[in-house]
Design a protein around this ligand. Structure first.
Ligand code: C2E
Ligand code: MG
Ligand code: MG
Length: 437
């Protein structure tokens, strides 16, 4: 068994065992609709080590390489030695296409660190990795291996010490995403994130009664970057946990600063990503932020999306009830674009319903949108919610919303999202406040 399926030098599975695991993995992937990645790798400058220090040194190096690769993998993954300085890794059950490249980058980086061998204590090599994906790049073992091999040649061609996918577009797209991720991590550490505030106006009185906090990334090279560019990636990589925590704290801190100036009746709305529901303890986060900043719970509103609510209904209802008990207000964002299920409006403890901008855009040109908007307003009011219209840009839209009994609006017609200082000026002007301490 040992001789037939394992490599004697490194103790890793050999080509035969890898082929079997790959075949089995494909069967399972087909049945359970899962994605896998095959990483074909060879070492740069391995020949030089053999030539300069002898075969014993080469053998020792291969053993250490095997250990470093294994360290990066999960139990379900397989690394095999094909012979010479060629290794192959099978990653099972990966969720995002990018994940394969992330692991490849870790391996390339690990293998670029110096090795300590008996013959020499500072041996530098490198590795290049070619990646093929099941099912994207093939559905049988031979094809996947062939394509990973082709990708490996691309990687070496492009200058070694890097990864390449079988498809060049994919390589480019994933490299860009990984670079953006690195920059975003740096942005978080370097405090390049900002909150802008967009006023929420009570339609009956024209008074600003709240603001939505909207994140911006102030990149030293590229200027102000809007959230649609980086929030999806932050969600994919889990970075949204750190960012989301910062947003809640920063909004509460700013809210408290304004309270201390005498502005006591402003509600601040913060966007919560569905990923935060899944991965963080939202209750604890909010409780800590309120306690540490001294901002009152009743002035904080959390904006949730329909998809976030639908994912794990029972757990979500539990979280929301606790938030509500703390005194926090809850809003449903972009209403009308997701499930828009009446059942959840009834079973989730919500306060505010935000009608998505896409329904407001074509008022008064599109009769259907006007009907839908009027119906959402009527329904929201019957169910006891405050109804807010997003993205109001024209007087006609505003007049229509007023006629239909909408409570609050947000939109460029009043103001774009503003930095905190500018928002304060607008607030004082608009609400003719003179009580600022
Ligand atoms: P959203 O929560 O639906 O925010 C409303 C978006 O509409 C904002 O875009 C706002 O600037 C824009 N908007 C408001 N009024 C108008 C208008 O009259 N005309 C037009 N054309 N646009 C208007 P923004 O700031 O680019 O944010 C986009 C999305 O990014 C947000 O949609 C929200 O889903 C997400 N986002 C923003 N900040 C955060 C955050 O701190 N955390 C999370 N998880 N997501 C955030
Ligand atoms: Mg929002
Ligand atoms: Mg919205």
């Amino acid at each position: 068994q040992q001789l037939a399926f394992y490599d004697q030098l490194t103790g890793l599975p050999n080509r035969r065992l890898m082929s079997e695991r790959l075949r089995y993995g494909i069967e399972l992937g087909r049945r359970e609709n899962k994605r896998m990645a095959l990483l074909m790798m060879d070492l740069d400058r391995f020949k030089a080590v053999n030539d300069n220090f002898g075969h014993l040194a080469g053998d020792e190096l291969l053993q250490q390489v095997a250990k470093r690769i294994q360290k990066r993998l999960r139990d379900v993954d397989t690394v095999a030695r094909l012979g010479g300085d060629e290794f192959i890794v099978l990653l099972k059950d990966i969720i995002h296409v990018d994940d394969a490249a992330r692991i490849a980058e870790f391996i390339v980086n690990d293998l670029s660190q110096p090795f300590q061998l008996a013959q020499s204590d500072n041996v530098q090599i490198g590795a290049s990795i070619g990646i093929s994906l099941y099912p994207e790049h093939g559905e049988d073992p031979e094809l996947l291996i062939d394509h990973a091999d082709t990708a490996l040649y691309h990687a070496k061609d492009a200058g070694r010490g890097r990864f390449a996918y079988f498809s060049e577009e994919l390589t480019i797209a994933v490299r860009e995403r990984i670079e953006l991720e690195t920059r975003l991590r740096r942005a978080v550490n370097n405090q390049e994130l900002r909150l802008y505030y967009q006023p929420q106006v009570e339609i009956a009185t024209g008074k600003i009664i709240g603001a939505e906090a909207l994140i911006r990334w102030l990149d030293p090279d590229n200027g102000l970057i809007p959230p649609n560019y980086f929030i999806p990636l932050a969600e994919e990589t889990g970075l949204i946990e750190t960012i989301g925590e910062w947003v809640v704290y920063e909004a509460c801190r700013q809210g408290k600063t304004w309270m201390d100036l005498g502005i006591t009746d402003l509600t601040l709305a913060v966007n919560v990503s569905p990923v935060q529901f899944r991965r963080c303890d939202l209750n604890e986060l909010v409780m800590n932020a309120l306690r540490d900043t001294g901002f009152p719970a009743a002035r904080l509103e959390l904006e949730l999306t329909e998809s976030g609510l639908m994912e794990n209904q029972e757990k979500v209802v539990g979280i929301l009830n606790k938030l509500r008990e703390q005194g926090i207000r809850l809003a449903i964002d972009d209403f009308g674009t997701g499930y828009s299920s009446l059942a959840y409006l009834k079973c989730f403890p919500l306060h505010v319903l935000k009608i998505d901008k896409s329904f407001i855009d074509d008022i008064p040109q599109l009769k259907d949108d006007m009907e839908i908007t009027a119906t959402i307003i009527a329904m929201g009011k019957i169910l006891g919610f405050k109804v807010l219209a997003e993205g109001v840009e024209t007087l006609e839209q505003l007049a229509f919303l007023e006629e239909k009994g909408c409570d609050i609006y947000q939109g460029y017609i009043k103001s774009k999202p503003l930095p905190a200082d500018d928002f304060l000026k607008l607030l004082i002007e608009n609400n003719t406040l003179t009580t600022i301490r």
